[in-house]
Design a protein around this ligand. Structure first.
Ligand code: GDP
Length: 193
């Protein structure tokens, strides 16, 4: 895929609404505000495709985008927004967990983590859960443009250690400058074969 053609397909609020066409899927997960919408827009060169900073915690759907008529990008609802009710959080878990556990077409989960922060429990839990299940994932550290090169290296090393990652297993990304986009595209391509 070269991300030339991209279209919104649908929002799925339950498993029964997932698309029936068996295309490979790449899912995107991360805390609310991590920069997920911005990253997807940058990846596909379409500024307004995914709404940036839509009210956090509101979207509880899996949003499907069709790329070049042969790949789905699946925007998962952001997690960890404190103001969201317990009920809504449980719903997030329910749908997303079932999708991540059972999808036969999901090739890889892109997990976004803010490069500026310490690792949060929910990020760790998601990564450990994916490991346990043998679900392939790519880690992306977001908003690198907000830090100096020195700070980027320091923060990335901290997060790598906290997650038990090698340098090769993650991408440093900026939706603002586009840095890391090629590396992310290459990483995704390895799961599409
Ligand atoms: P989402 O909730 O994960 O979808 O996050 P958004 O994409 O809506 O981004 C949240 C906020 O962070 C917005 O104000 C974005 O403009 C900002 N943001 C996202 N990515 C970057 C980045 O790479 N660099 C900078 N400087 N700001 C970013």
């Amino acid at each position: 895929v070269n991300y030339a053609k991209i279209e919104f397909v649908k929002s799925a609020f339950k498993m029964a609404q997932l698309p029936e066409e068996p295309l490979p899927e790449i899912a995107f997960a991360g805390r609310s505000n991590v920069g997920k919408s911005s990253l997807i827009n940058r990846l596909v060169n379409r500024k307004g495709l995914v709404k940036v900073s839509a009210r956090p915690g509101k979207t509880q759907s899996l949003n499907y985008f069709l790329v070049d008529e042969k790949l789905y990008l699946v925007d998962l609802p952001g997690y960890g927004f404190a103001k969201v009710s317990k009920k809504l959080q449980d719903e997030w878990q329910g749908l997303v967990t079932e999708y991540l556990s059972t999808s036969p077409t999901l090739r890889c989960v892109v997990v976004l983590i803010d490069l500026r922060h310490l690792l949060k429990a929910q990020d760790r839990e998601l990564v450990e859960w994916l490991r346990m299940r043998g679900r392939p994932f790519i880690i992306v550290y977001t908003k690198r443009d907000k830090l100096s090169n020195n700070e980027q290296a320091k923060q990335a090393a901290n997060l790598d250690a906290a997650l038990g990652l090698n340098k090769q297993e993650r991408v440093l990304f900026s939706a603002k400058t586009g840095e890391g986009k090629e590396a992310l595209m290459a990483a995704i391509a390895t799961f599409l074969g």
